[in-house]
Design a protein around this ligand. Structure first.
Ligand SMILES: Cc1ncc(COP(=O)(O)O)c(C=O)c1O
Length: 432
């Protein structure tokens, strides 16, 4: 036992309670044996008072950082005014205000026309709803999904997650799903579109025309592999040609993570369904919503329901989060941070860069998400660097097939000096 362990034990600051009582299913905490207490912006504080820079950001649920003061004050005001907190899908003032903000600040400026569906408050449920709707609207069943993809842990969402561990299927989840290699991944590049064309256009391929294709513009859990704009446009053209519903999963890569609100935005495509969750509430509160092309909104009332679709506190904070996207100071900060991240990762503009550090095979960056890849089979090296970064005061997660990629995901509005500081600490932890 180290001196710190002994001191922590005496102060009651141990993780024993969790180990004794919490299910083995717990995960992130295994790499981060710290009991957190308070948080503000990009900074997390442990029970022992030590501060950490949070480059994990709630796995993408905290794109605007912890405890955004405007959102926090709005929640407190909402509670003080005894406004409705839980609303199922009843009409409320707050929901109307959010829908109007979505119309005016999210859809209008992008010339998009979508119906809004509030699903159960997780990304998995948003994807469940999208898959159900695509199957209902087309009368077909098959779904095309991509190797390495991740769409959630419920049965339907897990069934289309290529990134799940083979052999751990928890029963029969694979029905009517065809997995296709993504444009790029840990095993190299692939002509996904050529393969899909052959699969569907050769009527003796043995594969039915799918109801939907579900895709992420950036496969983050796979190790941060982003699709090119051309690939997304070709996929859009091909799905449209065959009447296949294109579902864009924006749960992790959306809400500003790549520097624009939608991660597919720079390709110019218009998906049929966009699924969002995680950072859509802006404050880390549970909320998910789907954007549905009006012609596809063929739901009967209550065909996809759920008790927690009306979390009014999430609606209050989501409205403030969306308003940031018309605030010039916020947009400038995000754009500066994207450039800083790019230079630090790739080594552009005379920076040293992560590429070239010992053990690093490659590094990929898309806006404010980056993957520092130690290469297949080298998860131990990535794990050791993650541990050293934590000891030096920065919290990061790992992704990739076996956790060989260090995932850098700071809040997108992190003050640039703190972003630079965190990147330097991580660089030094890798370079040791
Ligand atoms: C791309 C993507 N889709 C869906 C999900 C599932 O979201 P949730 O954990 O809220 O169910 C995740 C979670 O990491 C995700 O990254």
């Amino acid at each position: 036992m180290t001196t710190t362990d002994t001191t922590n034990r005496q102060a009651g600051l141990t993780v024993e309670t969790f180990e004794r009582r919490e299910s083995n299913v717990r995960m992130y905490c295994r790499d981060v044996p710290i009991v957190f207490d308070t948080a503000q912006g990009t900074v997390l504080r442990g029970e022992d008072g030590r501060e950490y820079l949070d480059f994990f950001a709630g796995a993408g649920a905290l794109n605007y950082g912890h405890n955004d003061p405007r959102m926090r004050d709005a929640i407190i005001g909402h509670l003080r005014g005894r406004a409705v907190v839980h609303g199922l899908d009843l009409f409320t003032r707050v929901k109307r205000e959010l829908l109007e903000t979505i119309e005016q600040q999210l859809l209008g400026p992008r010339d998009l026309d979508y119906r809004v569906q509030f699903t159960g408050p997780t990304g998995a449920d948003a994807n469940e709803a999208a898959l159900k709707l695509a199957r209902k609207a087309t009368g077909r069943s098959r779904v095309v999904a991509f190797n390495g993809g991740y769409h959630g842990m419920t049965a339907g969402a897990y069934a289309v997650s290529g990134g799940r561990s083979a052999g751990k299927n928890f029963g029969s989840l694979t029905h009517d799903v065809t997995f296709v290699p993504f444009e790029d991944g840990p095993h190299g590049e692939f002509d996904s579109l050529g393969f899909l064309r052959r699969l569907v256009e050769d009527r003796r391929s043995g594969t039915d025309v799918p109801a939907a294709v579900i895709v992420e513009a950036v496969q983050i859990q796979a190790g941060v592999f982003g699709a090119s704009a051309k690939w997304l446009r070709d996929l859009r053209d091909w799905t449209r040609e065959h009447g296949i519903v294109l579902i864009l999963d924006e749960v992790q890569a959306g809400c500003g993570r790549t520097g624009q609100f939608f991660s597919f935005e720079r390709s110019g495509i218009v998906p049929d369904i966009v699924t969002t969750a995680k950072s859509i509430s802006g404050f880390g509160l549970p909320m998910a919503l789907n954007l549905i092309a009006p012609a596809l909104d063929v739901w009967e009332p209550g065909e996809h329901t759920g008790t927690f679709r009306g979390n009014q506190l999430s609606f209050v904070t989501a409205r403030i989060a969306l308003a940031y996207w018309t605030d010039p100071a916020f947009l400038e900060l995000v754009s500066r941070n994207c450039a800083t991240m790019n230079d630090a990762v790739t080594g552009a503009h005379g920076r040293e860069g992560f590429i070239g550090l010992p053990g690093v095979e490659s590094a990929r960056v898309r806006g404010l998400i980056a993957g520092v890849d130690f290469g297949l089979g080298n998860a131990d090296a990535a794990h050791a660097a993650q541990r050293r970064a934590l000891e030096a005061g920065v919290l990061v997660e790992r992704c990739g097939p076996n956790g060989e990629v260090i995932k850098l995901m700071p809040p997108i509005n992190t003050p640039t000096e703190r972003l630079v500081e965190g990147l330097q600490i991580i660089g030094a932890a890798i370079n040791r």
